[in-house]
Design a protein. Structure first.
Length: 256
């Protein structure tokens, strides 16, 4: 593996209708100021999530970056050394611990119950809490089946191993689950560093301490309403865009 100082990382964010949270700016500025790697950035505004993510991946692969770091626009309070820590793990795909920003704060990191399960059949109640395969904070580096793209480092060589589209709503699941299943099908391992939490900023920030309290106190709830919300979100997207996966070209911001 090359020295971290020679690694080129593209930090990429999709900017939605709500724009970028102030906490995100603080987090990114801290990461840029302390980064040991060569760090570039792309922002894509007002594109559906999978359009933007596929474009980020193309740019990272075609412009000679070693890694793509996907980061949501509401991410905050990440440790400043998170990029170097993730690179040091030397995994194809590695994520910070992430969770739903709304109650019941379900973990977006889990292991399927058996090898025959598919993320294309994903239902939230299947991974609601430790009894459903979800991981909790502080379990170190774990091989998993599902992670969120909230703070996700991907080796660009993965985009040659995994067939395009890498991110899509076409299987009636969210793009992060789609990507993880494509990785499983291609034999690409997915890992999560559960000691590093990608916190949500914005008007109703959910911090690590809130998440830990939730894991200690809440489990076994009825999650059917959240399953319905997920299906509604997917159906709204498909009614507007169909299964279209091509998007506009992102505006590139050079390597720092």
């Amino acid at each position: 593996m090359k020295p971290v100082e020679e690694m080129k990382v593209l930090l990429s964010t999709q900017c939605g209708a709500n724009g970028i949270m102030p906490d995100y700016h603080i987090t990114v500025c801290t990461m840029v100021a302390t980064a040991k790697c060569q760090l570039g950035m792309t922002l894509i505004k007002s594109q559906p999530v999978p359009f933007a993510q596929n474009n980020h991946a193309r740019i990272a692969r075609d412009d000679g970056f070693d890694y793509l770091l996907l980061m949501d626009a509401d991410t905050t309070n990440c440790p400043s050394d998170i990029i170097e820590r993730f690179i040091a793990w030397d995994k194809d795909v590695v994520s910070a611990y992430s969770y739903n920003r709304h109650f019941p704060y379900m973990a977006n990191v889990f292991k399927l119950q058996n090898e025959t399960e598919s993320l294309y059949d994903l239902k939230p109640e299947r991974h609601s809490g430790p009894n459903g395969g979800a991981l909790t904070v502080g379990q170190g580096l774990q091989k998993v089946d599902m992670v969120s793209t909230q703070m996700l480092l991907i080796k660009t060589e993965v985009f040659s191993k995994v067939e395009f589209p890498w991110f899509s709503y076409e299987k009636n699941i969210l793009p992060d689950a789609f990507f993880c299943q494509k990785c499983r099908d291609a034999g690409v391992e997915v890992w999560c560093d559960t000691d590093y939490v990608a916190e949500h900023g914005g008007l109703n920030p959910i911090k690590r301490k809130h998440l830990i309290a939730y894991h200690e106190e809440v489990d076994g709830k009825d999650y059917s309403q959240y399953d319905e919300q997920r299906d509604k979100k997917v159906n709204v997207f498909k009614s507007r865009h169909g299964n279209k996966i091509e998007g506009m070209t992102a505006r590139k911001v050079g390597v720092t």
